[in-house]
Design a protein around this ligand. Sequence first.
Ligand code: PRX
Length: 647
Amino acid sequence: MGEAVYPVPAQWAANALVDEARYFEMYRQSVEDPEGFWAEHGKRLDWIRPFTKVKNTSFHEADFGIRWFEDGTLNLSANCLDRHLATRGDQVAILWEPDGLDEPHRAITYRELHEDVCRFANLLKSRGVKRGERVTIYLPMVPEAAVAMLACARIGAIHSIVFAGFSPDALAGRIIDCDSRIVLTADEGLRGGRKVPLKANVDEALQQCPGVDSVIVLRRTGASVNVVEGRDVDWATGIAAQSVECAPEEMGAEDPLFILYTSGSTGKPKGVLHTTGGYSVWASMTHQYVFDYRPGQIYWCAADIGWVTGHSYVVYGPLMNGATTVMFEGVPNFPDPSRFWQVVDKFQVEIFYGAPTALRALMREGDEWVTKTSRQSLRLLGSVGEPINPEAWEWYHKVVGDSRCPIVDTWWQTETGAAMITPLPGATPLKPGSASRPFFGVKPALVDNDGTFLEGATDGCLVITDSWPGQMRTVWGDHERFFQTYFSTFKGLYFTGDGCRRDEDGYHWITGRIDDVINVSGHRMGTAEIESALVAHAKVAEAAVVGMPHDIKGQGIYAFVTCNAEVQPDEALRKELIQWVRHEIGPIATPDVIQFAPGLPKTRSGKIMRRILRKIGENDVSNLGDTSTLADPSVVDNLLANRPQLA
Ligand code: PRX
C-alpha cells in the first residue's frame, strides 16, 4: 500500500523495557504458555493471599466462564497507595490542572492521597456503604473523583461512574440499573469556562430513584444548591471528623471492582463489570509496557474518568505503577487552543495520551498554537478511542512531537479493560493509522461473516480467540446478555464489533464499528439509544439513526425522522428535536443532521434497511446495493431527493 513506516528510534530500541526481539519472545511465551506467563506477571501486584490458580476461562456455551487468579486475594487501593508509601510517599501522585487559568493547580502526594482516600472511605462506611454495594459517581475531573474511586476499591464497594456530561435521565437509568443507594456529586462542574449544574441534575434524576438515601456533595464552584435534609451530605464537612486510617478490605480476585455503562447495538446501555485481580494486572501491565513507564515520570492521559480510559489510564494503571498522573479538568481549546501544550510545559509532561478528535480540532486551528510552546519534555505520545487518520497522525508526530516522539495508537474497548492492540515504543515500527500488533496474551483473528478464519493480508471482523486477564466478566444483572452479545455471533470467540484490515506485516488497521454503534468524538453511542430518545418526543412517529463521516468528530449523527401524520415538520421542530435529544441523553448525542422523511426504507416484513440509510449518511449514494426487497422503493427516491445540504 506504500504506507509510511517509522522505524523505532535507536535510543528507544536501546533503552526501552522491550525491544522488538524481546517483544516477539514475550508474545510467543504469552500465547503458547498463558499459565506460565501470567503466573509470572500476576506477581506484579501485592497479593494478600497469593493465587495458585491462574487461568480458568472458556468462551463456549457449555462451560462458559472467565476467571483469572481466582483463589488470590488483594486490594486495589492498597496496590495504588499503601505499597508506595515507604518508597515514594512524598512523590506527587496527582497533578491537577483546573479548567481556568485563574485558579492554582494542585499537587497531591501519595501520602496525602492515601489519607484522603482513607478519610473518604470512612465517610462512605459511616453512610452505611458495605462491601459489594454500588456507589454511583457523577463528578467532574477533580482529584476527589480519584479519591472516590480508590475509596470504593478500599472498602470493596463497586463504583459506577457516570460521565458528568450525561443528562438526569441517563443518570437515573444507570442508578436504577445497578440499584445504587448512594450518589457522589459536586455542586457544579466547570468545563471550558461553562458551569454544569451537576447537583441540580442529580436532584432531577433522583425523582426517579426513590432508593437513593445518600448524596455526598463536593463544593467545586460554591454555587448555592438545594439541600435535602438527611439525604445530602457536604463532602468537606463529612470527611472532617473521619480518621485517616482505614484498613483495606481483602478482596477476592474475582470480586467486582467497578461497573461502567457502555452502549451496544441494541437496548439500553449495559453495565460492563470488571473484577479486581485480572483487571489490575492488565491495567498496570499495559500502562507500564505501552508507555514504557518508569516510576516518577510525569504522565498525562487527557481522558475523562467517565470513560474507561480515565479508569485505567488516569487513575488505576498509573497509580499502581507509582506514576505522577496529570488530571485536567478542562478542554483542549480553553482559554485558547494552546492549552494542552501549555500544560505539558508547565508540568514538564513526558508522556501524553489523547484522543484523535481533540487532535483534529486543534490541527484545524493552525500550528502556531503548538509551535509557540516548547514541548521539549515530551518523549512519547499516545492515541485512543477511535481510528486516527494518517493526516492527524502525521500532524501529531511532526508538529506536537517535533518528529521525536513515537506514537502509540492503542486499540481497545470498555469491555477489554485496557489496551489490546498497540505498538510498544521500543519494539514496534510505526505505520500512521495502524494500531499495529497485539499486546502480550492477546490473540486477535479476523473472520468472515460466517465465522470462517481468514488468513494473511485481508479485511474481516475482529475477534479475540482466547481470554486475557482484563476482560469484562459479565453485564451487570444480565449474564445471558453478556454471552449473547459477545460470544454468540461467532461461536467460541469474543466478537469486538469492529472491522479490521490486517496487512502483510501482520499490522492491524481498525476500520470502525460494523454494528449499530457509532463513535462520535471518541464517545461510543448506540444508534438505538438516540432513536428511542427521538421517538419519545410527542411529534415523532419513527426514527432511524446512522453515523456519517465528520472531519473533527470522526463520526457525526445523522437522524432520519418520520413525524406523526398531523405534524408539519419545519425548522423549528428540527431545532426542538436537537434540544430534546441533548436533554434526553446529553450534549454528546446532539444530532448533526435531522432529515425529515415521510417514510423509512423497509423490507416487506417491516425491517428498516439500515444499509441504505448508512449509505445516505455517508453520502455514498451512487450504489445503494440490492434494493429489490424494499416494500416501497419510492421511499428511497424521496430520501435521496430531500437530503439536506451539508456544510
Ligand atoms: O471501535 C473501536 C474504537 O472504540 C471502540 C471502543 O469504545 P469504548 O468502549 O468507548 O472504549 C474507548 C476507549 C478504548 C472500539 O470498539 N476504538 C478505540 N480505540 C481505537 C478505536 N478504533 C480505532 N483505533 C483505536 N486506537
